[in-house]
Design a binder for this molecule. Structure first.
Ligand code: PEP
Ligand code: MN
Length: 342
C-alpha cells in the first residue's frame, strides 16, 4: 500500500505515518518525488486499514495491485537515476556504456581492453573475477586477484567497475573493490544473495534469469529494494527459446515493458543476448533505438584466445563503431523511452 502525502506535508507528519507503520509491524519506505512524498508499506498486509487517510498531511492511500511494489511506477513516478561519485549516471540523459572482457584473465589483458574502451567513451568497465560456469572444468575466474586488477583499472583509467558476486564471500569483496555489484542470470532467484545485495552499499546490476518472466525479474529486484538498496539497474541479456541460431534470444520488447511497469533503469547486453560477435552491433543499435538506458558489451583484444565467451566478444575497433552508432541513435531511444513510460 502507498500513503501519498499532501504537497505541503511536514517532515513531522511524514514521520508520524512512518511511526504508525512500524508499530503495525510493517516497514515504511519513504520516496521523495518531484511533487510530494510517497510512503510505501511493505510486509504481509492482510488487514491494513484505511486509517492512514485520516492522518494529518495525508492526501490519499493507494493499494498497489501488482505483486511488486517498491520497483513499480506507482511507488515512484520519476525514473530512478543511479549516480556515481565521479558524475557518471545510469538511467539519466546519457547512454551508459559498460564494456570489458567476460573474465579478468591477467593485468595485461584487462589493461589492454580498458585503455581502448575508455578511449572510446565508456565510463564503466566490466569483467568477472568470479565466473559462474556451466562446467566445473572451465576457467572459474581469478577471484580476489581479479578484483585487485579491477581496482587498478579504476585507478589508472578512471573507469567505474561492474563485476559479479556469486555468493556471500564474493559479495563482500565485490562491494569493497567494485562500484557496481553484478548479480548474474543464474543467481537471479538466489534470494539469500539478493537480500545481501539489498543490504550492500553499492548499486546492483541485476541480470534477467535465463527463463524469467518480467514479473519474476521485477520480484527479484523487489527483494533488493525491500532491504533498503534503491540503486538497482536491470539488465536484459537474452532468454532461452527454441531458436538455435543464437545462444539466447534477446528480448528487446521487455525494455518498454519494464519502463512502463517500473522506475528502474534497464540496460541491454547483446553479447550474452546473441552469443555471436557478428550480431552484437546490430542488436546494440536496436537496443539503443528501443530506449535502453545503457549497453553492456563484452570486448577483448584477442577474442580467439579468450578464456571465456570469446565467440561473442567484439574487438576494440568494433566497439569504437558501436559507440559512434549508439550516439547517433540515442535521440530515437529518448523519445521511445518517453512513450513507454506513459
Ligand atoms: C557475464 O556478464 O559475464 C555473465 C556471466 O552474464 P550472465 O549472468 O548474463 O550469463
Ligand atoms: Mn560472459
Amino acid at each position: 500500500m502507498l500513503v501519498v502525502m499532501a504537497n505541503d506535508a511536514t517532515p513531522e507528519q511524514i514521520e508520524r505515518v512512518c511511526d504508525r507503520i512500524r508499530r503495525l509491524g510493517f516497514r515504511p519506505h519513504t520516496m521523495p518525488g518531484a511533487q510530494r512524498v510517497v510512503v510505501g508499506i511493505t510486509g504481509n498486509q492482510t488487514a491494513i486499514t484505511q486509517e492512514f487517510e485520516d492522518f494529518p498531511g495525508v492526501a490519499e492511500t493507494i493499494r498497489v495491485s501488482k505483486p511488486y511494489k517498491l520497483v513499480s511506477r506507482e511507488f515512484r513516478h520519476d525514473d530512478t537515476v543511479v549516480g556515481f561519485p565521479n558524475g557518471a549516471q545510469i538511467g539519466g540523459h546519457d547512454l551508459a556504456l559498460i564494456a570489458g572482457p567476460c573474465a579478468i584473465e591477467s593485468r595485461e589483458q584487462a589493461f589492454a581492453v580498458a585503455e581502448r574502451v575508455a578511449q572510446a567513451g565508456a565510463r564503466f568497465f566490466r569483467g568477472g573475477a568470479y565466473k559462474p560456469r556451466t562446467s566445473p572444468y572451465s576457467f572459474q575466474g581469478l577471484g580476489e586477484e581479479g578484483l585487485r586488477i579491477l581496482a587498478e583499472v579504476r585507478e589508472r583509467f578512471g573507469l567505474l567497475i561492474v563485476t559479479e558476486a556469486v555468493d556471500e564471500a564474493s559479495l563482500r569483496l565485490v562491494e569493497q573493490y567494485g562500484d557496481v555489484i553484478q548479480v548474474g542470470s543464474r543467481n537471479m532467484q538466489n534470494f539469500s544473495l539478493l537480500k545481501l545485495a539489498g543490504a550492500a552499499r553499492k548499486p546492483v546490476l541485476l541480470k534477467r534469469g535465463l527463463s524469467a518472466t518480467l514479473e519474476e525479474w521485477l520480484m527479484a529486484a523487489e527483494y533488493i529494494l525491500h532491504e533498503g538498496n534503491y540503486n538497482v539497474i536491470l539488465c536484459e541479456r537474452g532468454v532461452r527459446t527454441f531458436a538455435d541460431h543464437t545462444r539466447n534470444t534477446l528480448d528487446l520488447s521487455v525494455v518498454p515493458a519494464i519502463q512502463h511497469a517500473s522506475h528502474l533503469p534497464v540496460v541491454v547486453d547483446p553479447s550474452h543476448g546473441t552469443g555471436r560477435r557478428n550480431k552484437v552491433l546490430p542488436l546494440a543499435r536496436a537496443a539503443v533505438a528501443v530506449g535502453a538506458s545503457g549497453l553492456l558489451i563484452e570486448v577483448h583484444c584477442d577474442p580467439e584466445n579468450a578464456l571465456c565467451d570469446g565467440m561473442q566478444s567484439i574487438l576494440p575497433e568494433q566497439f569504437d563503431e558501436l559507440v559512434r552508432d549508439a550516439h547517433a541513435l540515442r535521440h530515437i531511444g529518448h523519445s521511445q523511452e518517453f512513450a513507454a513510460r506513459a
